[in-house]
Design a protein around this ligand. Structure first.
Ligand code: HEM
Length: 492
């Protein structure tokens, strides 16, 4: 503690360990919100050993710090396992603030601006059409189909490859690499992050498990970044460029301007997409299926709106969005009710700061509690109720006075650059599923309703715990709609 300087309020720390033992194991986003009330402050502070942490529990403090003071609040924490031992330092989302991050972010952003996104609609539409067919063929496997649809869509978008529903080698590789990341994201799982000097131990040293694990994982992570890019590059060099983002990035650089640094940025940005896009989108769509079991009236209301517009004669496209305000409101409420990343992705301060008299040192970890911001009574009436109508005026249009829950995408300079793509794809997937299927609680063999637990996983991503659902075509012609090829959309 610097003399005369006061940290934001928070639970009392113990000597040396700080608040290590105060850390909630379950749904920390709820506990942090409760601490805010207890200490009467939108910003709370605690210490984990020697690491300072602040949690921002209101939109006001999140904007004041992460947006208005972005220069200081846009770093990312460093992890020896992630950044030095397993090769995940290539991931744009995990890079610290600085020139390297800036060049990667620019390359990524250029391919995901609102102006460019409509180019990707045909591929999304086709991916969703495939998804509807899989849902029809084996509805009980809906979680697997959601994951396949999302992964396949991203691989197609980035590298122009068509993934197969089973045993696809690119999907399998990306999934393995992402598993490595989520294992490491379990904060504190690796001693080496607390005591970085351990990384110099040889792998055979007793207890150096992390080093052995890292040496097994690194080749998988490297291959995920390199293999699909190298295959695409070879196709481009042989005069067969596939339509995809990697081809577009390569085409920006004439041969004399292309060099190793540029290639690294392209490999890293294209390879960053799978980890950033898949778990976020998959979690959101699983939350949607769960909520449709729990709120059948909202489901019926959206289906009534879809039927009025489409007369059960076709499936919705992105162009229908403006005519489907209730469906759009339902998607917003899914995002708000349980954000995929309830605590966002940690930022880190890069310099000392003082906010309203409170001292926030350099290298403080900064958690924006999106869940608390989206369940703040000051912004949303009855925030714990799932109510899509909250976004609508009495005449049924979207009400600009009710905040769109975009905080699920983070803040400031690190805000999710894939958000426009995610918003369109998730809207399209939900609108298509609702137009074609009824989602209900299933019955067991004795005819009793199987209730979902309604519980969520407490980790970086927070999907619902596994649940069963009955998913059936809503009307007999729905089967023809599901099976019909997406003829009006083609990008070949
Ligand atoms: C429901 C879907 C999604 C959610 C909820 C989501 C949420 C987030 C959040 C909370 C962050 C961190 C923001 C911050 O640090 O303040 C982030 C970063 C990021 N997201 Fe997304 N995301 C989604 C989909 C996607 C998709 C589809 C893509 C790519 C196509 C993507 C690419 C990225 C990238 C590259 C970053 C790192 C940005 C940086 O660190 O500068 N995301 N996302």
């Amino acid at each position: 503690r610097q003399k005369g300087r006061k940290y934001p309020p928070g639970p009392k720390p113990l000597p040396i360990v700080g608040n290590l033992f105060d850390q909630p194991k379950l749904e920390p986003w709820k506990v942090y919100q409760e601490w805010s009330r207890q200490y009467d402050s939108d910003i709370i502070y605690f210490r984990l050993l020697s690491t300072h942490v602040i949690v921002l529990n209101s939109i006001q403090v999140a904007k004041d710090l992460l947006e208005k003071r972005a220069l200081v609040y846009s770093g990312r924490p460093f992890s020896v396992m992630i950044h030095e031992l397993t090769g995940w330092d290539r991931n744009l989302a995990l890079m610290d603030y600085g020139d390297e991050w800036r060049s990667h972010r620019r390359m990524f952003h250029q391919q995901f601006t609102p102006k460019v996104i409509p180019e990707y609609h045909p591929a999304s539409q086709r991916g969703i059409s495939r998804f509807l067919n899989l849902l029809h063929e084996s509805p009980d496997n809906f979680p697997r189909h959601i994951r396949f649809m999302t992964g396949a869509m991203i691989l197609r978008l980035m590298y122009g490859v068509e993934a197969q529903p089973s045993d696809d080698r690119n999907i399998a590789l990306s999934e393995k690499a992402v598993d490595v990341l989520s294992d490491m994201a379990n904060a504190g799982a690796y001693l080496v992050d607390m005591v970085p000097i351990l990384k110099y131990l040889p792998a055979w040293f007793p207890g150096a498990v992390f080093k052995r694990q890292a040496s097994e994982w690194k080749p998988i992570v490297d291959e995920m970044f390199f293999r699909p890019f190298r295959e695409l590059k070879a196709a481009v060099d042989n005069g067969h460029p596939r339509p995809c983002i990697a081809s577009k990035m390569l085409a920006r650089f004439p041969q004399d301007a292309y060099n190793e640094d540029i290639e690294t940025v392209i490999i890293n940005t294209t390879g960053s997409a799978y980890a950033a896009a898949v778990d976020t989108t998959v979690t959101t769509l699983n939350v949607f299926f769960l909520l449709m079991l729990q709120y059948p009236e909202a489901q019926r209301q959206a289906q009534k709106e879809l039927d009025t517009l489409l007369s059960q004669g076709r499936l919705p496209t992105v162009n229908d969005r403006a005519s489907l305000p209730y469906t759009t409101a339902l998607v917003r409420e899914v995002f708000r009710w349980h954000p995929a990343l309830p605590l966002g992705v940690m930022h880190k301060t890069t310099a000392d700061d003082v906010y309203e008299g409170m001292y926030i040192p350099a290298d403080t970890l900064v958690i924006a509690n999106s869940w608390a911001i989206l369940h703040d009574e000051r912004r949303y009436h009855n925030p714990f109720v799932f109510d899509p109508a909250r976004y609508l005026t009495t005449s049924g249009n979207l009400n600009p006075d009710v905040p769109d829950p975009i905080e699920i995408f983070g803040f400031g300079r690190r805000i999710c650059p894939g958000r426009y793509f995610a918003l369109d794809t998730i809207w399209l997937a939900i609108a298509n599923v609702l137009a074609a299927f009824t989602i209900e609680k299933p019955l067991d063999e004795a005819g009793n309703v199987i209730e979902p637990s309604g519980e969520f996983v407490s980790s970086l991503f927070s999907p619902p715990k596994p649940f069963k659902a009955s998913i059936k075509p809503r009307f007999s012609e729905a089967v023809d709609l599901i099976r019909s090829p997406v003829s009006e959309f083609t990008d070949d």
